[in-house]
Design a protein around this ligand. Sequence first.
Ligand SMILES: NC(=O)c1ccc[n+]([C@@H]2O[C@H](COP(=O)([O-])OP(=O)(O)OC[C@H]3O[C@@H](n4cnc5c(N)ncnc54)[C@H](O)[C@@H]3O)[C@@H](O)[C@H]2O)c1
Length: 379
Amino acid sequence: MRTKLNIGLIGYGFMGRAHSNAYRKVNHFFDVPYQPVLKAACARNELKAKAFADQWGYESVETDWRRLIERPDIDAVDICAPNNVHREIAIAAARSGKTVLCEKPLAMDGCQALEMVEAVEAAGVPNTVWYNYRRVPAVTLAKRLIDEGRLGKIFHYRAVFLQDWTISADLPQGGQGLWRLDAGVAGSGVTGDLLAHCFDTALWFNGRIERLTAMTETFVKQRKHNLTGNVEPVGIDDACAVLARFANGSMGTFESTRYARGHKALYTLEINGEHASIAWDLHDLHRLSYFDHRDESITRGWRSIHVTDADMPYMDKWWVPGLQIGYEHTFVHQVADFLANLAKGEPTSPTFREALATQYVCDAVLASAREHSWEEVRK
Ligand SMILES: NC(=O)c1ccc[n+]([C@@H]2O[C@H](COP(=O)([O-])OP(=O)(O)OC[C@H]3O[C@@H](n4cnc5c(N)ncnc54)[C@H](O)[C@@H]3O)[C@@H](O)[C@H]2O)c1
């Protein structure tokens, strides 16, 4: 018999759907001691919240997240709303003794994120941040190969995250669907939205980033604001390039933009070590590229590992070798790990504290771009 975990989900957009799908699927595929119960969905528009609740099977709706948090029948609060409300909701939820799952980036900046870390740690509540790319099986496998020392001394880490959806100068900023262009809601542009994913994976794979320098650009300086109707300055970074020095002595380069025509969501990473290299591409997410210089020279070359065998991360829970899974499953994996760890009383990475480190890297990037400086990343 599984223990029920009553979920209160805030925000019914892209992530609200991805998480709801994960809660519904997890017990079919993973033998975990908890069963998520879709207790309440919260959004400001009652009709839309009801339609969402009906579609996904939530038992009730709330239109104010404060009421959701006050409810004694809610065990875990899942924050799928835009970045500017993460802090207030997470702190209130922690103080009410709720488990907190928060979408990334954890907060608008490191100061907010630190307050959130202090709140969950003071309350002693389980917490995690949805940096879901860690749980693409090929990415989890890469982490295993790195931790086994197969790459040897690491020289380079490079990652890019490219999109092309904001090129039109006619695109407005703000409001439903376009809050990512409004700095007051998003906190930053590609740095917090896309590079945060790259930094989270990089810190996990390769350890602390000590110093960095960055350049950002805002190609369209003014856009009509959907909420005010006025043409207003654009405060987000449309593009960002970063040079970084890791504590292990390796060099990092990171680039992200929403102006790379032809790319919808190209997240690629590569790590080069003394003996071996690893590369991964979100567009081909079930494959891991691996090159090992110690192979016999006449057959040495890049291998494309199809990450579907049962001895590969998470894959024993899905289909048969050769059949792949996709994006949505990364969220199922995070829920499965979270529920398994909850039963053991163990944290699920990335915790709020681990996500704070990513937030500090984002802060350093934005400060460097502003000041044209090299910045030390706060510990
Ligand atoms: N892990 C990932 O890969 C990933 C991908 C996309 C988005 N995100 C993050 O998830 C969060 C949500 O992004 P999204 O793409 O789902 O956005 P979205 O615009 O699709 O949905 C946001 C939802 O939040 C609701 N909302 C806004 N303010 C609210 C409030 N005060 N109270 C209750 N609901 C409110 C909106 O009505 C909407 O339903 C953001 O923090 C974003 O950075 C993470």
